[in-house]
Write a protein that binds this ligand. Structure first.
Ligand SMILES: NC(=O)c1ccc[n+]([C@@H]2O[C@H](COP(=O)([O-])OP(=O)(O)OC[C@H]3O[C@@H](n4cnc5c(N)ncnc54)[C@H](O)[C@@H]3O)[C@@H](O)[C@H]2O)c1
Length: 285
């Protein structure tokens, strides 16, 4: 299906006058990178943040230059780093209207440790970096007094939180925790009109995605089941800006599937055809 993303258009000015922080852009395939470009297109001003080790790869400078953003190093597993970063962003940008959390990492997956044999130190790191970091980011942003009333916070997640995908291993657990933190904090910040949601994106070809064994099969499976097919990172970015915008002021504590219909689809005609070709009709050998 043709990519219908707005990437080359002038946008709608949905984020005009808004400021934000975007965590997790690593290279130009990163979903956060595409979201940064869409936020720029829609008129936002923002800070970019990533772990110092990721910044050393050097690619984020290009995005900063293209979007006029400043870069703030921050390892989200380090509380002091997050606190300092929020203070630094505040003195540079003042208060902000949106935050994107696009951070995920599992040392167990990286080192191909099976779920039944999880290394618990790594497991803690997975949960800390991929889920608890959302709590930290919101906590320290709030503590720094940086969040405007009506702000919108989005974290990217995956359907592994609801349905187990074997090769996604402990990231299934991390995403379940991430989504719960979004709901929990959303309920607490609602009195200031602040929204907290997760966007559950389909498999997307990025560095994090490519690190998962069997990713290509997972990608193809989702694409063949989803009636609209898998959305790419630019399409995710278009959706994300609507959640940052004032058009969605009463949407909070939701897990929003952005997956071409995969989450509620059972099987597609294409899959029935393909599986029949492999296994034959009922009664056949
Ligand atoms: N790619 C997919 O198929 C897919 C699908 C659904 C959801 N997601 C989610 O989207 C988000 C972005 O992932 P992506 O696919 O764009 O891959 P990516 O590798 O481009 O982004 C992951 C980011 O997390 C950052 N990170 C890791 N450890 C960190 C730390 N300690 N401190 C700060 N940042 C740290 C990395 O540097 C990187 O920028 C993740 O939460 C991922 O789980 C991805």
């Amino acid at each position: 299906m043709e990519n219908t993303a707005m990437a080359d258009s002038k946008g709608y000015g949905l984020l005009k006058g808004k400021k934000g922080i975007i965590f997790g852009a690593l290279d130009e395939r990163s979903i956060a990178w595409r979201i940064a470009l869409a936020c720029k297109r829609e008129g936002a001003e923002f800070a970019l943040s990533n772990a110092p080790i990721a910044l050393r790869l050097g690619q984020l400078d290009a995005l900063a230059e293209e979007t006029g953003a400043k870069i703030f190093p921050c390892d989200v597993s380090d509380n002091d780093d997050v606190a300092k970063m929020m203070a630094d962003v505040k003195s540079e940008y003042g208060s902000i209207d949106f935050i994107l959390h696009a951070i995920g990492m599992s040392p167990n997956i990286r080192k191909k440790v099976e779920y039944g044999e999880l290394n618990y130190h790594f497991f803690n790191q997975t949960l800390d970096i991929s889920a608890i970091s959302l709590h930290k980011v919101i906590h320290y942003a709030d503590k720094a007094g940086i969040l405007n009333d009506g702000a919108s916070i989005v974290a990217l997640t995956f359907i592994g939180a609801q349905r187990i995908f074997s090769k996604y291993s402990d990231m299934n657990d991390a995403k379940a925790l991430l989504e719960s933190i979004a709901r929990n904090y959303g309920s607490r910040l609602a009195d200031r009109g602040i929204r907290v949601n997760t966007i559950s994106q389909a498999p997307t070809k990025t560095s994090a995605g490519a690190g998962i064994t069997g990713f290509d099969a997972l990608y193809t499976y989702a694409d063949k089941i989803a009636p609209l097919g898998n959305p790419d990172a630019d399409e995710c970015a278009d959706y994300c800006v609507t959640i940052f915008s004032d058009l969605t002021r009463k949407v909070t504590m939701q897990n929003l599937f952005h997956d071409g219909g995969f989450a509620t689809a059972g099987i597609s005609e294409e899959m029935i055809f393909a599986l029949t070709k492999i296994y034959g009709e009922e009664g056949e050998d």
